[in-house]
Design a protein around this ligand. Structure first.
Ligand SMILES: C[S@@+](CC[C@H](N)C(=O)[O-])C[C@H]1O[C@@H](n2cnc3c(N)ncnc32)[C@H](O)[C@@H]1O
Length: 279
C-alpha cells in the first residue's frame, strides 16, 4: 500500500501511542490513510498532511482522541476462540458458583470488549447453562477505549454477518430479536451487561475497588498492541482487580508480562491464569 512522503507519520504514531499506548509499526503507516478518511471528511479536509499541520498548530484533544480511537483494531466475534467458554461451562463456573454460594454474587469483566460480543457471549452462557443463578447478583462489565464500539455494544444490535460468526442458530432465535437485517439481544441478556468507555492504560484502572473484585476477567487480543512496559503495568492492575481465586483469560497468543505473579493452568485445550498471592 502507498503512503505519502509528505505526511509526518512519526507524529501520528506518537499521538496514538500517547493516548492509547497502541504501538503502530511504521510498515503499517498506510493504515492512517484508510482509517482516518472519514474523520478527514468530517473535518472538511482531504489530505492527511492537512490534519497533521492542523494539530501541530493548535492542540485539539477531542480530535486527537478520535484519531487514536479510529486506529484501534476492533475485530471480535461471539464465543471467539470457543475453548475458554467451553471450559467455563464444564469446569470453572460450576466450581466458582459453589464458592460464591454464600454471597450469590458474580462479577465478570470483558476488558477491551470492542462491540460487545464477548460480554454477551458470557451472558448467553450463564442464561443457557446455569439456571440456578436466577436471583443472583450478576454483573458483566464491558469496557473499551473506542467510543464508537462501546456505543454499538450498548445497542446490542448486530448485522446478519456478525451473527453468523460464532453463534449457533439455536442461540440466535432464543436470545435475539430480529429487526430488519439486524438482530438485537433480548432484554434478559442485555440487563446483565454494562458497557462504558475506558482506557486500560489510564491510572487507575476503571475498576480498582478492593471490595468489588472480579471473578473472571477476559483481557483478550488487546495486549498485543501494547509495549512490554505497558503490559507489565496493566497486568499488575488486573492482578489487583481480580479476586484471589479469580480467573483470567488472555488471547491465545498472549502471555502475562510478569509471569511471577500468575499461575498458568492448562485445561480444556486452552490456558487460563490464576493470580498468585504474595507469601
Ligand atoms: C481486537 S479487539 C479485541 C476484542 C475482544 N476482547 C476479543 O478478543 O474479541 C481489541 C480492542 O482493544 C481496544 N483497545 C485498544 N487499546 C485500548 C486501550 N488502551 N484501552 C482499552 N481498550 C483498548 C480496541 O478499541 C479494540 O476494540
Amino acid at each position: 500500500m502507498q503512503t505519502s512522503s509528505s505526511v509526518d507519520y512519526d507524529y501520528l504514531r506518537q499521538l496514538v501511542f500517547g493516548l492509547s499506548q497502541n504501538v503502530l509499526d511504521p510498515s503499517r503507516d498506510y493504515l492512517f490513510e484508510t482509517r482516518l478518511s472519514k474523520l478527514l471528511r468530517n473535518h472538511g479536509m482531504t489530505q492527511l498532511e492537512e490534519l497533521v499541520q492542523h494539530l501541530k498548530l493548535r492542540k485539539n484533544s477531542v480530535l486527537e482522541r478520535s484519531i487514536a480511537e479510529a486506529m484501534t483494531i476492533n475485530e471480535t466475534s461471539f464465543f471467539r476462540d470457543g475453548r475458554p467458554f467451553e471450559l467455563l461451562r464444564t469446569d470453572l463456573l460450576p466450581k466458582l458458583i459453589e464458592a460464591r454460594r454464600p454471597s450469590r454474587r458474580l462479577r465478570f469483566w470483558s476488558a477491551a470488549c470492542s462491540t460487545g460480543q464477548e460480554a454477551y457471549s458470557i451472558s448467553i452462557l450463564l442464561l443457557e447453562h446455569f439456571p440456578s443463578l436466577a436471583g443472583w447478583n450478576i454483573r458483566i462489565e464491558g469496557t473499551d477505549i473506542c467510543a464508537e464500539v462501546v456505543e454499538k455494544a450498548q445497542s446490542g444490535t448486530y448485522h446478519r454477518i456478525e451473527m453468523n460468526r460464532g453463534l449457533p442458530a439455536r442461540s440466535v432465535v432464543r436470545y435475539f430479536d430480529h429487526v430488519g437485517e439486524d438482530w438485537t439481544v433480548k432484554p434478559e441478556i442485555k440487563k446483565m451487561c454494562n458497557f462504558r468507555q475506558a482506557n486500560l492504560c489510564a491510572n487507575p484502572l476503571p475498576f480498582n475497588r478492593a471490595d468489588d473484585r472480579f471473578d473472571v476477567i477476559f483481557l483478550r487480543n488487546v495486549m498485543l498492541y501494547f509495549s512490554q512496559d505497558t503490559r507489565k503495568t496493566l497486568m499488575a492492575g488486573i492482578h489487583k482487580a481480580l479476586a484471589p481465586d479469580g480467573i483470567l483469560f488472555l488471547g491465545s497468543s498472549e502471555q502475562p508480562a510478569d509471569p511471577s505473579i500468575w499461575t498458568p493452568v492448562l485445561a480444556g485445550g486452552t490456558c487460563h491464569f490464576r493470580p498468585r498471592q504474595p507469601s
